[in-house]
Write a protein that binds this ligand. Structure first.
Ligand SMILES: [Zn+2]
Length: 247
């Protein structure tokens, strides 16, 4: 009988001596005082890949520079709903143009993020208009959209099964979980999963959760514990979703 050795990078291997990659689908390294030291800390924790989201268009050059310097940082550029609520129309129009150019020129941009809607902020019509533009860009450029959403799920009727969607900062009602799962949308969750009163999670939603560090108030010290609370293949699913070939 011919013997064949499994390849060393076979993620289906049951070799427990090789830890699974740990992927953080929503972090903000560009917002850190010392992003390089922060990334070093994350590596020591065992985090092997970070989707670096932008909090505003001002972050984009910093995120792209970080991705150029660090093999485990994958850029995600977007116009945050707070920016969409506050910036004047000409600035938003310029940001959309710049985003399109970045998507054209940087195939390593994994997602449009963060974008979305926040009913606690003003100008919800303007927010919706800018969000829809970003959804169109995501479709045209075959990118995932990672969504910040607050009390605005009822405004998402333009999203369809062909959109690749992750709702970050999981806090969805069971009804919304069913709506999202029926369309193949995913959720990411952070330190809320560790709290004494975690959000209500339908059993069928659990396999569609991805780990994130965004809402960890301890500078992501909790991230390995967050990932451990999720199904064991959550990080691997994230890596597949974002096609992180460099890992
Ligand atoms: Zn965020």
């Amino acid at each position: 009988m011919q013997q064949t050795q499994p390849p060393t990078n076979d993620i289906s291997s049951n070799d427990i001596s090789s830890p699974q990659p740990l992927c953080d689908v929503h972090a903000h390294p560009a917002s850190m005082t010392d992003p390089d030291a922060y990334l070093q800390f994350r590596r020591k924790q065992g985090t092997s890949a970070i989707i670096a989201a932008s909090a505003s268009p001002d972050d984009w050059p910093k995120i792209l520079a970080l991705a150029d310097r660090h093999h485990d940082v994958f850029p995600a550029l977007g116009i945050h709903p707070w920016a969409a609520a506050s910036l004047p129309p000409h600035a938003l129009s310029a940001a959309l143009d710049a985003l399109q150019k970045h998507l054209d020129n940087r195939p390593d941009i994994r997602a449009i993020s963060e974008c979305g809607l926040d009913a606690s902020k003003p100008n919800i019509e303007q927010q919706l208009s800018i969000f829809k533009e970003q959804c169109t860009l995501a479709r045209e450029h075959h990118r995932i959209i990672i969504i910040h959403i607050f009390k605005s799920f009822h405004l998402l009727s333009h999203l369809t099964e062909r959109d690749r969607v992750v709702f970050h900062g999981f806090r969805a009602s069971p009804q919304i979980q069913k709506w999202a799962l029926a369309r193949g949308f995913l959720f990411s969750i952070g330190s809320a999963v560790l709290s004494k009163h975690p959000p209500i999670l339908l059993p069928e939603t659990a396999p569609f959760l991805l780990p994130e560090s965004d809402d960890d108030g301890h500078h992501t010290a909790n991230f390995p514990a967050i990932a451990q609370k999720l199904p064991p293949d959550a990080s691997l699913r994230a890596i597949t979703l974002f096609d992180l070939k460099k890992i």
